[in-house]
Design a protein around this ligand. Structure first.
Ligand code: COA
Length: 161
């Protein structure tokens, strides 16, 4: 069905550009130093030699990731908690279990790195995403209104690893 592996920044770029927005590709590039320093990891789902999904996870807060002015987000990537910044599957490949496979590897890797929890933000309106996380054992923790979301209702989910 699909395999999940760490990103190869140079080798995967063409596939990532084909399936992600320009903004998301730029964000991936801006995480490169954090990945090299092992403060973040990026996993991709590959099928038939093509990258069709990506998950970006932070395991340590860094000043160059632009988390401010939200003071809470960095606390989601402390000694005990990893932070899933984003997970996305190419639109035409959704609803085939690829997101679930990617999410499980994201969680396993956080556990391997000694984390007890993994957290994420998701839009308060994205009911499909809420169902996706809840079906995979994540718990709704609270709703916040961060400035980087222009104050929109945003859910925090957490999973005990
Ligand atoms: C959220 C997201 C990553 C899920 O990825 P996905 O590959 O579609 O996830 P899955 O296929 O594992 O699960 C999705 C649904 O397909 C169903 N499904 C899983 N395997 C299936 C299969 N083999 N056949 C048919 N349906 C299947 C699941 O039961 C699930 O159903 P649900 O909608 O009732 O919950 C994807 O929809 C996405 O990229 N969305 C846009 C970005 C986004 O919203 N990211 C998360 C918010 S931060």
């Amino acid at each position: 069905m699909c395999s999940v592996r760490p990103v190869d920044y140079d080798g995967d770029l063409a596939d990532l550009e084909a399936s992600l927005s320009e903004k998301d590709v730029l964000r991936l590039q801006s995480c490169r130093a954090a990945v090299v320093d092992d403060d973040a990891y990026i996993l991709v789902a590959e099928r038939d030699g093509r990258v069709i999904g990506v998950g970006v996870v932070h395991v340590a807060a860094r000043d160059d990731m632009g988390w401010g002015p939200d003071s809470e987000t960095p606390s989601f990537m402390d000694e005990t908690s990893a932070y899933l910044e984003s997970i996305e599957v190419s639109a035409e490949m959704r609803n085939r279990g690829i997101g679930t496979a990617l999410l499980h590897e994201v969680e396993n890797e956080a556990q391997r790195r000694g984390k007890a929890y993994i957290r994420l933000h998701t839009d308060g309106q994205k009911v499909d995403a809420h169902r996706f996380y809840e079906r995979n054992g994540w718990l709704y923790e609270k709703t916040v209104h961060p400035s980087w979301k222009q104050g929109r209702a945003t859910r925090v989910y957490v999973k005990r690893l």
